[in-house]
Design a protein around this ligand. Sequence first.
Ligand SMILES: Nc1nc2c(ncn2[C@@H]2O[C@H](COP(=O)(O)OP(=O)(O)OP(=O)(O)O)[C@@H](O)[C@H]2O)c(=O)[nH]1
Ligand SMILES: [Mg+2]
Length: 318
Amino acid sequence: MTEVAELSPAQTLVEGLLAGEVAALARALSVLEAGGDDADRLAARLRPHTGKARVVAFTGPPGVGKSSLIGAFIAGMRAQGERVAVLAVDPSSPFTGGALLGDRTRMSAHVSDDGVFIRSIASRGQPGGLSLALPAMLDAVDAAGWPMVILEPVGAGQSETEIAEFADVKVVMAAPGLGDDVQALKAGLLEIADILVVNKSDLPLADRAAQQLKSMLRLRKKECSGVPVISTSVKEETGIDRLDQAIKFCLDRARNEAPEIRVARRLGGLLRRRAEAAFRARLAELPDDALDGLGAEVRTGALSLIEAERRLMELAVG
Ligand SMILES: Nc1nc2c(ncn2[C@@H]2O[C@H](COP(=O)(O)OP(=O)(O)OP(=O)(O)O)[C@@H](O)[C@H]2O)c(=O)[nH]1
Ligand SMILES: [Mg+2]
Protein backbone atom coordinates (compact mmCIF):
# COMPACT_ATOMS: atom_id res chain seq x y z
CA MET A 1 0.00 0.00 0.00
CA THR A 2 1.28 3.41 -0.88
CA GLU A 3 1.15 6.23 1.62
CA VAL A 4 -0.08 8.71 -0.95
CA ALA A 5 -3.85 8.72 -1.36
CA GLU A 6 -4.61 7.54 -4.84
CA LEU A 7 -6.84 9.57 -7.08
CA SER A 8 -10.11 7.90 -8.04
CA PRO A 9 -10.64 7.41 -11.78
CA ALA A 10 -13.18 10.24 -11.71
CA GLN A 11 -10.69 12.60 -10.05
CA THR A 12 -8.00 11.64 -12.53
CA LEU A 13 -10.45 12.38 -15.34
CA VAL A 14 -11.35 15.80 -13.94
CA GLU A 15 -7.74 16.73 -13.25
CA GLY A 16 -6.63 15.64 -16.70
CA LEU A 17 -9.43 17.61 -18.28
CA LEU A 18 -8.65 20.75 -16.29
CA ALA A 19 -4.99 20.39 -17.27
CA GLY A 20 -6.10 20.53 -20.91
CA GLU A 21 -5.50 16.87 -21.83
CA VAL A 22 -7.46 16.18 -24.99
CA ALA A 23 -7.88 12.47 -24.20
CA ALA A 24 -9.44 13.31 -20.82
CA LEU A 25 -11.84 15.77 -22.46
CA ALA A 26 -12.85 13.16 -25.04
CA ARG A 27 -13.49 10.61 -22.30
CA ALA A 28 -15.45 13.11 -20.20
CA LEU A 29 -17.62 13.98 -23.20
CA SER A 30 -18.46 10.29 -23.66
CA VAL A 31 -19.51 10.00 -20.01
CA LEU A 32 -21.65 13.14 -20.27
CA GLU A 33 -23.17 12.07 -23.58
CA ALA A 34 -24.27 8.76 -22.04
CA GLY A 35 -26.16 10.63 -19.30
CA GLY A 36 -27.24 9.12 -15.96
CA ASP A 37 -25.73 9.44 -12.48
CA ASP A 38 -22.08 9.33 -13.59
CA ALA A 39 -22.77 12.18 -15.99
CA ASP A 40 -24.53 14.23 -13.30
CA ARG A 41 -21.65 13.75 -10.86
CA LEU A 42 -19.04 14.67 -13.45
CA ALA A 43 -21.02 17.72 -14.58
CA ALA A 44 -21.25 18.95 -10.97
CA ARG A 45 -17.47 18.65 -10.59
CA LEU A 46 -16.80 20.58 -13.77
CA ARG A 47 -19.34 23.35 -13.20
CA PRO A 48 -17.14 25.49 -10.89
CA HIS A 49 -14.61 25.72 -13.72
CA THR A 50 -16.98 27.01 -16.36
CA GLY A 51 -18.07 30.39 -17.66
CA LYS A 52 -15.06 31.41 -19.74
CA ALA A 53 -15.83 29.91 -23.15
CA ARG A 54 -17.79 31.79 -25.79
CA VAL A 55 -20.32 29.67 -27.66
CA VAL A 56 -21.31 30.30 -31.27
CA ALA A 57 -24.02 28.23 -32.98
CA PHE A 58 -24.29 27.84 -36.77
CA THR A 59 -27.77 26.61 -37.60
CA GLY A 60 -29.94 26.26 -40.69
CA PRO A 61 -31.57 23.66 -42.92
CA PRO A 62 -29.66 20.51 -43.95
CA GLY A 63 -27.15 21.13 -46.72
CA VAL A 64 -27.07 24.92 -46.28
CA GLY A 65 -23.31 24.73 -45.77
CA LYS A 66 -22.96 24.85 -41.98
CA SER A 67 -19.95 22.53 -41.77
CA SER A 68 -18.30 24.23 -44.74
CA LEU A 69 -18.74 27.71 -43.31
CA ILE A 70 -17.58 26.60 -39.87
CA GLY A 71 -14.47 25.19 -41.56
CA ALA A 72 -13.83 28.52 -43.27
CA PHE A 73 -14.50 30.45 -40.06
CA ILE A 74 -12.08 28.24 -38.13
CA ALA A 75 -9.38 28.82 -40.75
CA GLY A 76 -9.74 32.55 -40.08
CA MET A 77 -9.63 32.09 -36.31
CA ARG A 78 -6.54 29.89 -36.56
CA ALA A 79 -4.82 32.50 -38.71
CA GLN A 80 -5.34 34.87 -35.77
CA GLY A 81 -3.93 32.28 -33.37
CA GLU A 82 -7.29 31.50 -31.71
CA ARG A 83 -8.05 27.97 -30.48
CA VAL A 84 -11.48 26.64 -31.42
CA ALA A 85 -13.56 23.61 -30.40
CA VAL A 86 -16.51 22.28 -32.41
CA LEU A 87 -19.40 20.15 -31.16
CA ALA A 88 -21.27 18.90 -34.22
CA VAL A 89 -24.48 16.98 -33.91
CA ASP A 90 -24.32 14.09 -36.30
CA PRO A 91 -27.68 13.84 -38.01
CA SER A 92 -27.24 10.23 -39.07
CA SER A 93 -27.74 7.18 -36.94
CA PRO A 94 -24.69 6.38 -34.82
CA PHE A 95 -24.34 3.13 -36.72
CA THR A 96 -23.74 4.38 -40.24
CA GLY A 97 -21.44 7.25 -39.34
CA GLY A 98 -21.83 8.61 -42.87
CA ALA A 99 -22.47 12.20 -41.91
CA LEU A 100 -19.68 12.06 -39.39
CA LEU A 101 -17.26 11.25 -42.16
CA GLY A 102 -18.74 14.00 -44.33
CA ASP A 103 -18.33 16.64 -41.66
CA ARG A 104 -14.81 15.54 -40.87
CA THR A 105 -13.92 15.62 -44.52
CA ARG A 106 -15.08 19.19 -44.85
CA MET A 107 -13.28 20.18 -41.69
CA SER A 108 -10.40 17.91 -42.60
CA ALA A 109 -7.93 20.76 -42.83
CA HIS A 110 -8.27 21.19 -39.07
CA VAL A 111 -8.37 17.62 -37.82
CA SER A 112 -4.61 17.31 -37.27
CA ASP A 113 -4.31 20.83 -35.81
CA ASP A 114 -3.99 20.74 -32.02
CA GLY A 115 -5.50 24.22 -31.83
CA VAL A 116 -8.79 22.70 -33.02
CA PHE A 117 -10.94 20.14 -31.21
CA ILE A 118 -13.76 18.53 -33.20
CA ARG A 119 -16.29 16.18 -31.69
CA SER A 120 -19.38 14.71 -33.32
CA ILE A 121 -22.32 13.79 -31.13
CA ALA A 122 -24.95 11.28 -32.13
CA SER A 123 -28.37 12.90 -32.09
CA ARG A 124 -30.21 9.65 -31.52
CA GLY A 125 -30.34 7.33 -28.57
CA GLN A 126 -30.16 10.13 -26.04
CA PRO A 127 -32.25 9.48 -22.97
CA GLY A 128 -34.40 12.60 -22.74
CA GLY A 129 -32.99 14.12 -25.91
CA LEU A 130 -29.67 15.62 -26.84
CA SER A 131 -30.48 19.03 -25.44
CA LEU A 132 -30.28 17.48 -21.96
CA ALA A 133 -26.71 16.24 -22.46
CA LEU A 134 -25.37 19.15 -24.43
CA PRO A 135 -25.08 21.85 -21.73
CA ALA A 136 -22.87 19.57 -19.65
CA MET A 137 -20.79 18.76 -22.73
CA LEU A 138 -20.37 22.48 -23.35
CA ASP A 139 -19.32 22.92 -19.73
CA ALA A 140 -16.67 20.22 -20.17
CA VAL A 141 -15.15 21.90 -23.23
CA ASP A 142 -15.32 25.22 -21.37
CA ALA A 143 -13.62 23.79 -18.25
CA ALA A 144 -10.94 22.22 -20.46
CA GLY A 145 -9.91 25.75 -21.41
CA TRP A 146 -11.22 26.09 -24.96
CA PRO A 147 -12.01 29.78 -25.33
CA MET A 148 -14.45 29.35 -28.21
CA VAL A 149 -16.91 26.54 -28.85
CA ILE A 150 -18.84 26.23 -32.10
CA LEU A 151 -22.09 24.28 -32.14
CA GLU A 152 -23.47 22.73 -35.29
CA PRO A 153 -26.96 21.42 -34.47
CA VAL A 154 -28.67 18.95 -36.76
CA GLY A 155 -30.57 20.99 -39.34
CA ALA A 156 -34.08 19.89 -38.52
CA GLY A 157 -36.63 19.73 -35.77
CA GLN A 158 -37.31 21.62 -32.61
CA SER A 159 -34.10 20.51 -30.92
CA GLU A 160 -32.19 22.77 -33.28
CA THR A 161 -33.65 25.91 -31.73
CA GLU A 162 -33.17 24.43 -28.27
CA ILE A 163 -29.52 23.67 -28.90
CA ALA A 164 -28.86 27.08 -30.37
CA GLU A 165 -30.28 28.57 -27.17
CA PHE A 166 -27.10 27.57 -25.37
CA ALA A 167 -25.02 29.79 -27.63
CA ASP A 168 -23.93 33.36 -26.90
CA VAL A 169 -24.13 34.10 -30.64
CA LYS A 170 -26.56 32.41 -33.02
CA VAL A 171 -25.71 32.44 -36.71
CA VAL A 172 -28.75 31.35 -38.72
CA MET A 173 -28.07 30.28 -42.29
CA ALA A 174 -30.10 30.13 -45.48
CA ALA A 175 -29.06 29.43 -49.06
CA PRO A 176 -30.62 29.86 -52.49
CA GLY A 177 -32.16 26.80 -54.04
CA LEU A 178 -32.96 25.01 -50.81
CA GLY A 179 -36.64 24.14 -51.08
CA ASP A 180 -38.51 27.37 -50.75
CA ASP A 181 -35.34 29.38 -50.20
CA VAL A 182 -35.58 31.31 -47.01
CA GLN A 183 -39.07 30.02 -46.36
CA ALA A 184 -37.24 26.83 -45.37
CA LEU A 185 -36.15 28.70 -42.28
CA LYS A 186 -38.55 27.96 -39.52
CA ALA A 187 -39.99 31.03 -37.87
CA GLY A 188 -38.43 30.03 -34.56
CA LEU A 189 -34.97 30.17 -36.07
CA LEU A 190 -35.41 33.64 -37.47
CA GLU A 191 -36.45 34.82 -34.01
CA ILE A 192 -33.28 33.66 -32.31
CA ALA A 193 -30.83 34.90 -34.95
CA ASP A 194 -28.10 37.36 -33.96
CA ILE A 195 -26.65 37.14 -37.46
CA LEU A 196 -28.29 35.93 -40.67
CA VAL A 197 -26.18 34.41 -43.41
CA VAL A 198 -27.08 33.68 -47.01
CA ASN A 199 -24.47 31.11 -47.94
CA LYS A 200 -23.72 29.85 -51.46
CA SER A 201 -23.90 33.42 -52.71
CA ASP A 202 -22.00 32.21 -55.77
CA LEU A 203 -25.24 30.52 -56.91
CA PRO A 204 -28.01 32.20 -58.94
CA LEU A 205 -30.85 33.79 -56.94
CA ALA A 206 -28.65 34.36 -53.89
CA ASP A 207 -29.47 38.09 -54.02
CA ARG A 208 -33.16 37.32 -54.02
CA ALA A 209 -32.72 35.10 -50.96
CA ALA A 210 -30.91 37.92 -49.16
CA GLN A 211 -33.67 40.39 -50.08
CA GLN A 212 -36.33 37.96 -48.83
CA LEU A 213 -34.53 37.55 -45.54
CA LYS A 214 -34.25 41.31 -45.11
CA SER A 215 -37.96 41.79 -45.68
CA MET A 216 -38.79 38.95 -43.29
CA LEU A 217 -36.62 40.70 -40.72
CA ARG A 218 -38.48 43.96 -41.25
CA LEU A 219 -41.71 42.18 -40.33
CA ARG A 220 -40.29 41.17 -37.01
CA LYS A 221 -40.50 43.11 -33.81
CA LYS A 222 -38.29 46.12 -33.10
CA GLU A 223 -35.81 44.25 -30.95
CA CYS A 224 -34.83 42.17 -33.96
CA SER A 225 -33.66 45.11 -35.97
CA GLY A 226 -29.91 45.41 -36.16
CA VAL A 227 -29.52 41.77 -37.16
CA PRO A 228 -27.08 41.85 -40.08
CA VAL A 229 -27.72 39.81 -43.23
CA ILE A 230 -24.38 38.64 -44.60
CA SER A 231 -23.82 36.93 -47.94
CA THR A 232 -21.07 34.32 -47.94
CA SER A 233 -19.62 31.83 -50.36
CA VAL A 234 -17.37 29.16 -48.96
CA LYS A 235 -16.64 28.11 -52.50
CA GLU A 236 -15.38 31.52 -53.58
CA GLU A 237 -14.21 32.50 -50.10
CA THR A 238 -16.23 35.70 -49.98
CA GLY A 239 -18.03 37.28 -47.03
CA ILE A 240 -16.13 35.24 -44.42
CA ASP A 241 -14.34 38.34 -43.07
CA ARG A 242 -17.61 40.19 -42.63
CA LEU A 243 -19.04 37.20 -40.79
CA ASP A 244 -15.95 37.07 -38.60
CA GLN A 245 -16.38 40.75 -37.70
CA ALA A 246 -20.09 40.36 -37.00
CA ILE A 247 -19.45 37.39 -34.69
CA LYS A 248 -16.73 39.32 -32.84
CA PHE A 249 -19.07 42.29 -32.47
CA CYS A 250 -21.76 40.07 -30.92
CA LEU A 251 -19.23 38.33 -28.68
CA ASP A 252 -18.01 41.69 -27.39
CA ARG A 253 -21.57 42.51 -26.47
CA ALA A 254 -21.84 39.19 -24.61
CA ARG A 255 -18.50 39.79 -22.92
CA ASN A 256 -19.95 42.58 -20.80
CA GLU A 257 -22.09 39.98 -19.14
CA ALA A 258 -20.72 38.33 -15.98
CA PRO A 259 -19.83 34.63 -16.42
CA GLU A 260 -22.14 33.69 -13.52
CA ILE A 261 -25.09 35.19 -15.33
CA ARG A 262 -24.29 33.33 -18.52
CA VAL A 263 -23.84 30.00 -16.76
CA ALA A 264 -26.98 30.55 -14.69
CA ARG A 265 -28.96 31.19 -17.87
CA ARG A 266 -27.61 27.99 -19.43
CA LEU A 267 -28.57 26.06 -16.30
CA GLY A 268 -32.00 27.72 -16.13
CA GLY A 269 -32.72 26.59 -19.69
CA LEU A 270 -31.52 23.11 -18.84
CA LEU A 271 -33.73 22.95 -15.75
CA ARG A 272 -36.78 23.94 -17.75
CA ARG A 273 -36.03 21.21 -20.28
CA ARG A 274 -35.52 18.59 -17.58
CA ALA A 275 -38.77 19.58 -15.90
CA GLU A 276 -40.60 19.38 -19.23
CA ALA A 277 -39.20 15.90 -19.89
CA ALA A 278 -40.09 14.76 -16.36
CA PHE A 279 -43.60 16.17 -16.63
CA ARG A 280 -44.14 14.49 -19.99
CA ALA A 281 -43.02 11.18 -18.51
CA ARG A 282 -45.40 11.55 -15.55
CA LEU A 283 -48.28 12.35 -17.90
CA ALA A 284 -47.50 9.26 -19.95
CA GLU A 285 -47.63 7.13 -16.79
CA LEU A 286 -51.16 8.24 -15.87
CA PRO A 287 -53.73 5.48 -16.38
CA ASP A 288 -56.15 5.98 -19.25
CA ASP A 289 -59.02 5.83 -16.73
CA ALA A 290 -57.88 9.07 -15.14
CA LEU A 291 -57.85 10.86 -18.48
CA ASP A 292 -61.13 9.34 -19.61
CA GLY A 293 -62.72 10.34 -16.29
CA LEU A 294 -61.68 13.96 -16.73
CA GLY A 295 -62.88 13.87 -20.33
CA ALA A 296 -66.27 12.61 -19.19
CA GLU A 297 -66.56 15.41 -16.63
CA VAL A 298 -65.78 18.00 -19.27
CA ARG A 299 -68.40 16.43 -21.53
CA THR A 300 -71.13 16.68 -18.88
CA GLY A 301 -70.09 20.20 -18.00
CA ALA A 302 -69.09 19.23 -14.45
CA LEU A 303 -65.65 20.63 -15.18
CA SER A 304 -64.54 23.36 -17.56
CA LEU A 305 -61.65 22.56 -19.86
CA ILE A 306 -59.38 24.80 -17.81
CA GLU A 307 -60.41 23.15 -14.54
CA ALA A 308 -59.85 19.72 -16.04
CA GLU A 309 -56.44 20.76 -17.28
CA ARG A 310 -55.49 21.99 -13.83
CA ARG A 311 -56.73 18.73 -12.31
CA LEU A 312 -54.67 16.77 -14.81
CA MET A 313 -51.54 18.74 -13.97
CA GLU A 314 -52.10 18.09 -10.26
CA LEU A 315 -52.56 14.38 -10.94
CA ALA A 316 -49.33 14.24 -12.92
CA VAL A 317 -47.23 16.17 -10.42
CA GLY A 318 -48.76 14.76 -7.25
N1 LIG B 1 -21.81 26.47 -54.42
C1 LIG B 1 -21.55 26.39 -53.11
N2 LIG B 1 -21.66 25.21 -52.47
C2 LIG B 1 -21.40 25.16 -51.14
C3 LIG B 1 -21.05 26.32 -50.41
N3 LIG B 1 -20.89 25.97 -49.11
C4 LIG B 1 -21.13 24.65 -49.04
N4 LIG B 1 -21.44 24.15 -50.26
C5 LIG B 1 -21.77 22.76 -50.59
O1 LIG B 1 -23.03 22.43 -50.02
C6 LIG B 1 -23.06 21.07 -49.62
C7 LIG B 1 -23.47 20.97 -48.16
O2 LIG B 1 -22.47 21.56 -47.37
P1 LIG B 1 -22.31 21.24 -45.81
O3 LIG B 1 -21.24 22.13 -45.31
O4 LIG B 1 -22.15 19.79 -45.58
O5 LIG B 1 -23.73 21.66 -45.29
P2 LIG B 1 -24.35 21.39 -43.84
O6 LIG B 1 -25.33 22.47 -43.59
O7 LIG B 1 -23.26 21.20 -42.84
O8 LIG B 1 -25.10 20.01 -44.07
P3 LIG B 1 -25.70 19.03 -42.96
O9 LIG B 1 -24.71 18.98 -41.82
O10 LIG B 1 -25.83 17.73 -43.68
O11 LIG B 1 -27.01 19.61 -42.55
C8 LIG B 1 -21.67 20.52 -49.87
O12 LIG B 1 -21.70 19.84 -51.08
C9 LIG B 1 -20.81 21.76 -49.97
O13 LIG B 1 -19.68 21.59 -50.79
C10 LIG B 1 -20.94 27.56 -51.13
O14 LIG B 1 -20.64 28.63 -50.59
N5 LIG B 1 -21.23 27.53 -52.48
MG1 LIG C 1 -22.88 19.61 -41.48
